[in-house]
Ligand binder design. Structure first.
Ligand SMILES: Cc1cc2nc3c(=O)[nH]c(=O)nc-3n(C[C@H](O)[C@H](O)[C@H](O)COP(=O)(O)OP(=O)(O)OC[C@H]3O[C@@H](n4cnc5c(N)ncnc54)[C@H](O)[C@@H]3O)c2cc1C
Length: 322
């Protein structure tokens, strides 16, 4: 039985932590936010929720399919049945590869919250240093720290993992290969339904890359709430702009792309500094000698499926070597 610290309570960290715990290890999680979910996030308002990070996921690998079947049985996800189109200059076209998409219910963090429910996790605890000592690894945070961990897992974006793995230069070199593009997201509410024949769209020739009617997702409150995602290029160019400047620009671009005129009654923007990664397709990184590893979407395919497989894959490597 080993004592293992897992930093990050997004899907990768929780999938890893659960596998490690189920194998008989003592696992302690650390998460800087107030709750589990990471980029599978939601924003609550008086008029319903907005899933302003990841909006859905797809399934390819059999190992992920097995998890998805369990989540379906537990009611924390549901198939998405909304109408998704391609959108360009007010003209829609059918997707060439529609595929089955899933969303978590009643909001995107639901899967992670279910996984975190019986785990030992310190929330609102940002790890600031991971250092080796005579009694195993020491994790430090603003008000203190704890020593004696036999192994450490960093399940966080590459840019955030890099300063935490400087004690292992070979690992730091691998982590420095990873990265994420930013994404500005807008959450917009209208008093009346928009005159659109679709619920979600991949947008071309616009600073907007994706839009989705939040209420078209299973288990959500009624109401005309939309989430708009700017594309990576525009988000990068406007990364340091203020949220109050960005929201109206995203709304204007949405209306132009959809060919509509409308007046929102509520809007806000959120900056994701680390949103989407091309993915290194490496699965995970594990230094068996030093007993420190890294997982997350960016180690795999850059998506929710990759995050899950990266976390469970790293757990399997730990279990076989510690
Ligand atoms: C705008 C947007 C749209 C997306 N769309 C899709 C999509 O349509 N389909 C899809 O499959 N994926 C999508 N994604 C990507 C998807 O959200 C990620 O692949 C997945 O959620 C990554 O999970 P993770 O566990 O690897 O990382 P995260 O979810 O980022 O989890 C990392 C966690 O670590 C915490 N953390 C970071 N540093 C520290 C620290 N020092 N100490 C303690 N805690 C720390 C963070 O707070 C976070 O909770 C989207 C993401 C965004 C932002």
């Amino acid at each position: 039985m080993a004592r293992i610290a897992v930093v990050g309570a997004g899907l990768a960290g929780l999938a890893c932590a659960q596998s490690l715990r189920d194998a008989g290890n003592v696992v302690r999680g650390f998460e800087k936010s107030r709750g589990a979910g990471g980029r599978m996030a939601t924003r609550r308002t008086d008029h319903g929720t907005y899933d302003h990070g990841a909006q859905y996921f797809t399934v390819r690998a059999p190992a992920f399919r097995a998890a998805v079947e369990r989540w379906l049985a537990h009611g924390v996800i549901a198939p998405y049945a909304g109408r998704i189109v391609n959108l360009q200059d007010g003209v829609t076209s059918t997707l060439s590869h529609p595929g089955q998409r899933y969303v978590a219910t009643p909001a995107m963090p639901a899967v992670c919250r279910a996984l975190a429910a019986d785990m030992d996790i310190d929330f609102e605890c940002q790890i600031t240093a991971v250092t080796p000592g005579e009694q195993g690894w020491r994790l430090s945070w603003e008000e203190g720290g704890e020593s004696g961990f036999d192994a450490v897992v960093l399940a966080i974006p590459a840019a955030q993992a890099l300063p935490l793995c400087t004690a292992v230069p070979e690992l730091a070199a691998q982590v420095s290969q990873g990265g994420h593009a930013p994404c500005w997201a807008a959450m917009v509410r209208y008093e009346a339904p928009l005159p659109l024949e679709f619920d979600a769209a991949f947008v071309a020739d616009s600073m907007i890359g994706w839009v989705m009617r939040d209420g078209s997702r299973p288990g959500r409150a009624a109401g005309e709430r939309w989430v708009l995602h700017a594309n990576a290029e525009w988000s990068k160019a406007h990364l340091e702009d203020g949220a109050e400047t960005v929201a109206p620009l995203l709304i204007e671009a949405f209306h132009a792309a959809a060919g509509i005129r409308a007046e929102p009654v509520e809007s806000r923007a959120h900056r994701w500094r680390f949103a989407l990664s091309g993915g290194l397709n490496a699965g995970s990184f594990w230094d068996a000698g030093r007993r420190i590893g890294v997982c997350g979407d960016w180690c795999a395919d850059g998506r929710i499926e990759g995050a899950y497989l990266s976390g469970t894959g790293l757990a399997a490597r730990l279990i076989s070597t510690i």
